[in-house]
Design a protein around this ligand. Structure first.
Ligand SMILES: Nc1ncnc2c1ncn2[C@@H]1O[C@H](COP(=O)(O)OP(=O)(O)OP(=O)(O)O)[C@@H](O)[C@H]1O
Length: 226
């Protein structure tokens, strides 16, 4: 039987930066495929290029060479509007710092990305309530980010990332800002929800212990996946 088409396929992805006349080759030909439902940890020391790789896969930045195929579509064939549509339909993001909209409450932060995809407000609110409830935040729906603890803020960020059932969740040190116990719990909840809805995930971390809880670990070394 053929294996299912990968959710994401990177071929020979490269990115350099130039600073003060010096060129740094951060990514030097990354090849990676992630299968549907697979959760992959991206390990590497500080400065190894994990965030740069996630930015490329997130179709957020230009300046890359190589190929990024997301859900069967080659990103470099699309213009900016096409990449935005592809991103909204298939990707969810969790960052180290929550990046929630400060003037909106927890529920609205989870509702808004759904409205952008054309989901009705009623359905979007139902989904937000479900997700936030699963994360133990049923009593925090009307709180704004500044009225939440760090762990609660990250849980809302997780709910927002999963709201549209993305094919791939990109997470950049999603628990890096939390104490160890809270980080463990939020990661467990994140993994359970991602697995439950059959999404894939690529999670950048320098924490070996957290990485070991995912389906596969890949390491960035000298600009390539070792
Ligand atoms: N916009 C930029 N301009 C110049 N250099 C950059 C830029 N963005 C990243 N870099 C360099 O690229 C390298 C990789 O950075 P990146 O943030 O991807 O690493 P990382 O593995 O995510 O690190 P960390 O674990 O500390 O977050 C670093 O040396 C960084 O200084």
């Amino acid at each position: 039987m053929n294996s299912p088409a990968p959710v994401i396929a990177l071929r020979n992805l490269a990115r350099s930066f130039e600073q003060g006349g010096v060129r740094i080759d951060v990514l030097r030909g990354v090849n990676l495929q992630i299968a549907p439902g697979e959760i992959v940890a991206l390990l590497g020391p500080s400065g190894s290029g994990k965030s740069t790789l996630l930015q490329a896969v997130g179709l957020l930045e230009g300046g890359f060479s190589g190929q990024i195929q997301l859900a069967g579509t080659e990103a470099s064939d699309l213009d900016a509007a096409g990449r935005t549509t592809l991103r909204r339909e298939h990707l969810g993001f969790v960052y180290q710092f929550h990046h929630l909209l400060p003037d909106f409450n927890a529920r609205e932060n989870v509702v808004l990305p759904q409205l952008l995809l054309g989901v009705s407000r009623r359905d979007a609110e139902t989904r937000a309530n479900e997700l936030l409830g699963a994360l133990g935040l049923e009593h925090r729906l009307d709180h704004r980010p500044s009225q939440l603890s760090g762990g609660e803020q990250q849980r809302v960020a997780v709910a927002r990332a999963l709201a549209n059932k993305p094919k791939l969740v990109l997470a950049d040190e999603p628990t890096g800002n939390l104490d160890e116990k809270t980080a463990d719990r939020v990661l467990s909840e994140f993994l359970e929800l991602v697995r439950g809805q059959g999404s894939s995930a690529l999670v950048a971390t320098h924490n070996e212990r957290l990485a070991a809880r995912m389906d596969r670990v890949v390491r960035l070394h000298e600009g390539r996946i070792a």
